[in-house]
Ligand binder design. Structure first.
Ligand SMILES: [Zn+2]
Length: 458
């Protein structure tokens, strides 16, 4: 265990920053909370939940009204299980209360706002008090530590900076652990690769699709992975498959860690993988997670797949109660081999918003990604085009194939098309038209990837 003295203003704090389990294999940023005995953790959650409920009931008209409509008061919550008596919060509640009506503090206490892009309607605005920013930095410090980050790391942050929470969220956590931060933001991929090489980057933080573009750019520039010091990637902001993990781990090469978060809850840092890569640890001292059936809204037992709902229990500016994330996952509260006792959620398998219903079959883009990435001749770039002819839905799967395939005989391409068609049909039960395209045909993403064009909604 190492002790670090950190000076904040004129107050000296002693922070225990590292605790090692199983012979130093795993490092935890905050042993006390990440590996708290579960009974104690649940007591802490209950206490913080009660305080949060009292605050929102007193201070946020929207919550007072929605609780009253549901016939509940904060006093009715006597155990953690009673949380299920409370109404859900959805994204539209943030839009309807745009910009500040859901805030539980005066604007004078807000030190930062972030906002969604609002491309699909009214944007949502989220706010942070100074204490909220400290919590956020703490959560990102846990995230980066679990991915092998420490004061010797050089952390390259290629998430967008600005109103999007990705860039600044990772930034403050990286500074908190004392790493050397390169706040490069997105874009200009060749410059990114050069900087990573010259500055000796050890940890890359960006979306998985951008990490793939950087890998490709490196290959184009003739830079061998061994010329970089990269060892980990902290990748999030979009769902990605185990197949994509394999591709990134081979091509960069890095150990690719999944991270999860959303601005309505806090931004990145809600949950993170440790090196066991066996689910994402959810910081339960700050959040209560539930998995619900998205249709009946019933709470499902651990191990069941459903939509994640999150209640914040330490946020001051914008507490959210049972926020429906629309992300599909499962939960377990079994202790991880890393020693952390906080709950784990499985890698997000899709978003209820992204789910395509094609001729009555539910399809997530990540399912198709998993199939395509298992096929050696295809490249990890694809696009799904959904349309409707008459009353019949159609799915076209565009996928890039390797250069060699195109120089090969047509027959090889036809066989590959047939093979992909059969694989998708066998796994998902739908027949898709397969379009094999040349390398670099599909547009590369600088941030979140666009995998689907649904012409039915246009
Ligand atoms: Zn773990």
């Amino acid at each position: 265990m190492s002790i670090k003295v950190k000076i904040v203003g004129d107050v000296v704090h002693l922070l225990v920053i590292k605790c090692c389990f199983k012979g130093g294999e795993y490092t935890l940023w905050n042993q006390r909370y990440e590996a708290m005995e579960r009974g104690q953790l649940e007591q802490l959650q209950f206490l913080r939940l009660k305080q949060t409920l009292e605050r929102v009931y007193q201070l946020v008209p929207h919550y007072r009204k929605s609780f009253q409509q549901a016939g509940v008061e904060p006093g009715d919550v006597r155990t953690l299980n009673d949380l299920s008596k409370l109404p859900f919060t959805v994204k539209n509640d943030l839009r309807d209360n745009y910009p500040y009506e859901l805030f539980a503090t005066h604007l004078s206490e807000i030190v930062r706002v972030h906002s969604s892009s609002g491309t699909t309607g009214i944007p949502t605005v989220v706010g942070y008090t100074r204490s909220d920013l400290e919590v956020w930095s703490e959560l990102m410090a846990r995230t980066l530590t679990a991915a092998g980050g420490n004061q010797d790391s050089v952390i390259h942050i290629a998430y967008g900076y600005g109103l999007f929470t990705g860039g600044l969220g990772v930034h403050y956590g990286a500074e908190k652990i004392g790493a050397t931060v390169v706040p490069i933001s997105g874009g200009q991929s060749k410059r990114q690769v050069r900087m990573m090489k010259d500055l000796g980057t050890t940890l890359l933080a960006c979306t998985p699709s951008y990490a793939l573009l950087l890998a490709e750019t490196m290959e184009e520039m003739g830079i061998k992975p061994g010329e970089l010091r990269l060892s980990s990637g902290v990748l999030g902001a979009e769902p990605w498959s185990e197949g994509m993990r394999k591709v990134l781990e081979e091509r960069l090469p890095i150990k690719a860690y999944d991270i999860y978060g959303l601005s309505e809850v806090i931004g990145p840092g809600v949950s993170f993988e440790c090196s066991a890569q066996d689910g994402l640890h959810l910081s339960e001292d700050h959040f209560i997670a539930e998995v619900i059936d998205p249709t009946t809204e019933e709470v499902l037992p651990d191990g069941s797949t459903g939509e994640l709902a999150i209640t914040t229990i330490s946020k001051e500016a914008l507490p959210v109660i049972r926020y429906r994330t629309r992300d599909i996952t499962t939960l377990t509260r079994e202790q991880c081999s890393c020693g952390r006792t906080i709950a784990r959620m499985s890698k997000i398998s899709g978003r209820t918003d992204d789910m395509l219903i094609i001729r009555g079959v539910n399809v997530f883009p990540s399912q198709i990604e998993s199939i395509l990435l298992e096929i050696a001749e295809t490249e990890p770039h694809y696009l799904l085009v959904v349309d409707r002819h008459g009353s019949l839905d159609t799915l076209e799967v565009w996928v890039e194939v390797s250069e060699d395939m195109f120089s090969d005989k047509i027959r090889g391409l036809e066989e590959l098309e047939r093979f992909i068609f059969d694989e998708i049909n066998n796994v998902l039960g739908i027949s898709a038209k397969i379009r094999l395209v040349e390398p670099k045909t599909i547009e590369r993403s600088q941030g979140k990837a666009q995998r689907v064009i649904d012409k039915r909604q246009m």
